[in-house]
Ligand binder design. Structure first.
Ligand code: PGA
Length: 260
């Protein structure tokens, strides 16, 4: 079945490489060699190399928070997939709402990045999710379906199995407001149905769909126990080792109960 996958999105934190390495080491020591739940951390690009070294000999994946779709050239300030590979990355977050809404990133750009990430063997974590205004206007399913259609254009069933999705309602990110397990599961079920229509039941059953938005140790177990929620993309709580490890422990308990 689908393994639970907990990823920490550190965003533009912490301020120094020293703090980033210390956090990575704390997560590595807390997780230990056990691989019953997949774990990854996504530090700022500047710290990837050093965090990679800190994570040596651990099962923890290393993710970037963004990349460009071109392989090289005159793209000031951008980072290519090949560079992320060279820095030791295994994963890359694409289309986070802070990039979609804060930087105007479009589905077409997310799609170009997705193809580029797959071309260099990175595991993409593609983020989707509605704003509060869209939820209140009962547009959640239309918005999510539109983002899936645009972001996943040209992807085969075979490729899809290697892509992680993250449903992150924008109104729950960094706000302390979490979708209730029922709200989250409702959208996850919609996403699974959409994937089934596009890629078939066998493929859809294998795709890991994380939930993100104010996931904390005290709400993780309930969310992760939902049948179509296969992990969490964690922002704020991933910066505190005790909280991030608490979420991983909750996932381990859910996994041990065989609820995935
Ligand atoms: P949050 O962020 O956990 O701080 O709400 C989640 C995310 O942006 O991925």
């Amino acid at each position: 079945m689908r393994p639970l996958f907990i990823a920490g999105n550190w965003k533009m934190n912490p301020a120094t490489a020293k703090e980033a390495v210390a956090l990575a080491e704390a997560v590595k020591n807390g997780v230990g060699p056990a691989a019953d739940v997949r774990v990854a951390v996504c530090p700022p690009a500047l710290f990837l190399d050093q965090v990679d070294a800190a994570l040596a000999n651990s099962p923890i994946g290393l993710g970037a928070q963004n990349m460009h779709w071109k392989t090289e050239g005159a793209y000031t300030g951008e980072i290519s997939g090949a560079m992320l590979n060279d820095a030791g990355c295994t994963h890359v977050i694409l289309g986070h709402s802070e990039r979609r809404h804060g930087m105007g990133e479009t589905d077409a750009q997310v799609n170009a990045k997705l193809h580029a990430a797959l071309a260099v063997g990175l595991i993409p974590i593609v983020c989707i999710g509605e704003t509060l205004q869209e939820r209140e206007a009962a547009q959640t399913e239309d918005v999510v379906a539109g983002q899936l259609t645009g972001s996943l254009a040209g992807i085969s069933a075979e490729q899809m199995v290697g892509i992680v999705l993250a449903y992150e309602p924008v109104w729950a990110i960094g706000t302390g407001l979490t979708a209730t397990p029922a709200q989250a599961q409702g959208v996850h079920e919609f996403i699974r149905d959409w994937l089934t229509k596009l890629f078939g039941e066998a493929t859809a059953a294998r795709i890991v769909v994380q939930y993100g938005g104010s996931v904390k140790p005290d709400n993780a177990a309930e969310l992760l126990a939902c049948p179509d929620i296969d992990g969490a993309l964690v922002g704020g709580a991933s910066l505190k080792e005790a909280d991030f490890l608490g979420i991983i422990r909750a996932a381990q308990v859910v996994a041990a109960k065989g609820q995935v």
